[in-house]
Ligand binder design. Structure first.
Ligand code: SF4
Length: 525
């Protein structure tokens, strides 16, 4: 039996029992755990190890408590030691009493202790950091929080970033030593998933691969790079294989149907077009980037996703992004769509702007040339540079029949782009109200064939007000323009930040997914 189990110990008077006036032997029954502390569970194995150690050597480090009443104490730090002592059925344990700490300070000490131990669930840790900031006030500067918790800005961001991962994956993230390779991943593995922020399907596929193959975190990172280095098409194939491994089915027909459903949802955007004959065609949205890079143009660019992605790809050593987000011609990509044999819907220059200030019109001609040479696809061209767009078409530029032209309108200030779009001869002229960051007021939608509305995503995302969306929806209805409500972004209908998935794409309980008439009736099989 260890010395802590002696029953002859009694409670000495305050300040009389140890070398430090703040340390006392306190009855376990007088100590309560802090229900607000960051840790939600303990690892049984580690608790047993600690119990055995205390049994053999005694409790060497006192726990820290705060007095909450006469002979009543609440744990500040050392809950694990306390739990181990309880298992040993000890009568009293040494406690360091801190009287003056406020609740926020206590919480900060608890988080800091758990961070230094490195055995708190990484997800609990991320939530507790956010909770601490909430306690201190949402406008508290992060640098203050970081100082209090003794962590750097980079670590704080890495910790919190885990909460962007799909919830199912979050549940499987555990501290390193608690990992069961069949079901768990660690924080280090999660870093390989960060590369695909915003693409939950790829994250899920990569996660499946990590656990199915019991990869360590370095192998996981190599695997993530492989995903990136494949063409988008073959990457999708790989994802399908991974995800399909998890399909449960009752019969062959059942399996085939489920595989088909999966394939459809994997096709990014999963646009389903109906021909007049009623035959269903699934359109895959592809991206094609014959140029990359761009610069801020208007408020919609404040949190540019393309910029973040380009810089990430640059850090990963992707050769096409060697210049980061600086405008760069990618002539080796000019003919890509010609090699894609199945008809798809292609978003041109998702990582740039087709009419970027430095874009040479001869190069735009080459892009149009490819569009002409691969007429089995539909191409969506979108710009924030409406003046340059008008210039191009005024100076001999011709938009192929299978290309749609659109402008982004993110608020009232950018509405003048619509009148400029009307000047372009195009089968489909569309407006992307995304990210909608302000009310657009009254709209003239004459000559416009399609309106898409969407909110902003990402950590700095601005909320989109419901009234702004309804205003556009009503005007589309009045003026006969198909209305496609893409998503709320990370803020929901009430403007609360809940994440993209939870916020969804319903407007008063209805999903609006209308398409331009031309797609329904006339486009290619
Ligand atoms: S125009 Fe588009 S690609 Fe260019 S900075 Fe703005 S949001 Fe980014």
């Amino acid at each position: 039996m260890g010395k802590q189990r002696s029953t002859s110990e009694t409670t000495p008077a305050k300040g009389n029992n140890t070398n430090s006036p703040n340390i006392q032997m306190i009855l376990l029954s007088q100590i309560k755990v802090d229900e607000n502390q960051p840790r939600s569970e303990f690892d049984d194995g580690k608790l047993k190890e600690l119990k055995d150690s205390i049994n053999a050597n005694g409790l060497i480090h006192p726990i820290t408590v705060k007095e909450t009443g006469t002979n009543r104490y609440k744990i500040i730090t050392g809950e694990r030691r306390y739990e181990a002592c309880k298992l040993l059925k000890l009568g009293k344990i040494p406690c360091m009493i801190r009287e003056s700490e406020d609740e926020a300070k206590i919480f900060a000490m608890q988080i800091a202790e758990n961070i230094s131990r490195e055995d708190l669930s990484p997800i609990d840790r991320a939530h507790s950091i956010l909770k601490y900031r909430k306690i201190k006030g949402e406008d508290t500067e992060w640098k203050y929080i970081e100082k209090e918790l003794g962590i750097s800005e980079t670590r704080r961001k890495q910790f919190i970033r885990l909460l962007n991962l799909p919830e199912e994956i979050q549940k499987s993230i555990v501290a390193n030593k608690q990992r069961n390779k069949k079901t768990h991943i660690t924080e280090a593995h999660a870093r390989s998933l960060f590369i695909f922020d915003g693409d939950k399907r790829i994250q899920q596929a990569l996660y499946n691969r990590i656990v199915n193959r019991k990869l360590n975190h370095r192998e996981a990172m190599d695997e993530a790079r492989l995903f990136f280095n494949r063409t988008k098409r073959s990457a999708k194939k790989a994802i399908a294989v991974e995800v399909n491994l998890n399909i449960e089915y009752k019969s062959r027909d059942d399996l085939i149907e489920k595989l088909r459903d999966y394939a459809n949802t994997l096709k990014n955007g999963g646009v389903v077009a109906k021909k007049s004959s009623g035959t269903k065609i699934e359109w895959t949205t592809e991206t094609w980037n014959p140029t990359t890079g761009c610069k801020w143009k208007s408020k919609g660019c404040d949190n540019c996703y393309a910029k973040k992605m380009a810089l990430r790809l640059q850090r990963m050593g992707q050769i096409d992004y060697r210049n980061g987000f600086k405008f760069t011609y990618q002539p080796h990509r000019l003919l890509e769509p010609i090699h894609w044999k199945n008809p798809v819907m292609i978003f041109v220059n998702s990582m740039s702007d087709i009419f970027y200030d430095d874009m040479n019109f001869d190069y735009v001609d080459k892009i149009m040339n490819t569009i002409n040479k691969a007429p089995w696809h539909v191409y969506q061209l979108l710009t924030k540079r409406a003046d340059k767009m008008v210039d191009y078409f005024k100076n001999g530029g011709v938009l192929p029949q299978n290309a749609w032209m659109g402008v982004t309108v993110e608020n009232d200030e950018t509405k003048s782009r619509i009148a400029k779009l009307r000047k372009v001869k195009a089968g489909v002229r569309f407006i992307s109200f995304e990210p909608l960051v302000g009310d657009v007021g009254k709209l003239n939608l004459k000559g416009i064939h399609w309106a898409i509305v969407g909110g902003e995503s990402g950590t700095q995302a601005r909320p989109m007000e419901k009234e702004w969306v309804i205003n556009i929806k009503e005007q589309c209805k009045e003026q006969g323009v198909p209305f496609f409500f893409k998503q709320w972004g990370v803020h929901n209908e009430e403007g609360v930040k809940v994440g993209k998935e939870k916020a969804g794409s319903e407007l008063d309980g209805i999903k609006y997914k209308e398409y331009p008439e031309v797609l329904k009736n006339t486009l290619i099989v």
